[in-house]
Unconditional design. Sequence first.
Length: 298
Amino acid sequence: MDLTPQAFRAINKGFKSLHDAGFGSANPQWSKIAMLVMSTTAATAYGWLGSMGAIREWVGDRVINQLSAFDFEIKNKEFEHTVGVLKTAIEDDALGVYSPLFTDMGKQAANFPDNLVFGLLKNAFTTLCYDGQYLVDTDHPVLDKNGAVQSVSNHQGGGGAPWFLIDDSRAVKPIIFQQRKPFNFVSLADPDDDNVFFRKEFIYGNDGRMNVGAGLWQLIYGSKQTLDATNYEAARAAMQSLKREGTDDPLGISPNLLVVGPSLEGKARRLLEAEKDAAGADNVNKGTAKLLVTPWLT
């Protein structure tokens, strides 16, 4: 191939098209358990997570729910993926060898939020949230209707494979995916670039700025107990029994998503999809939640 400016423009456009096609073909799952927040600075504060106010009868002055009671922020991180294409490959018309590489690069970029979100889910037992406790913990401080601090648990204990119940029906989620800059295809692919002159290599890549953090612990319940009807029903009851802070009113949690790793998929499907339970009676848990199986909980 003659290394003309027109040829390089066509090559660069082709690699970008392959990257973008790979990005569009991905099917990430992170949005099922995390909410997207667009960030405009190096870090974003989430003091409002401490406010779980509700509609009330307007008698007298308004009751203002303070949104800055908690000092909690998520700092953005930079991520990149870079590959080099040898000048000789272009000269020898060997570009087809690189086509799957750029398609996969784009697909990896689209799926990368899964790495962050489900990585945090796996570590929910050791990741701090806005109240200073772990996202899944035994002692979240909550005010009761009398103004006294009570410890509330969203952790069932156990020592086996983890599974989680989540309320995914709300705009707020138990995990925050914060995006400052989405992944963008970039290149050093001009014949006059130093990398071409010194190393005979054209450089292509993508990069983005983003991060994840814990959202509302009230919307998730974690367990390492055996996944069976007894423990599943206890987890559902615990979530639905949560009270709105400072009142005796129910928080209105709907645990409608069960998240498991591959090792628990069979048990989860029997629990949520079978017509009969192990004793041959009607399965009262059938259809009570959707199922999400993720390899991140292996």
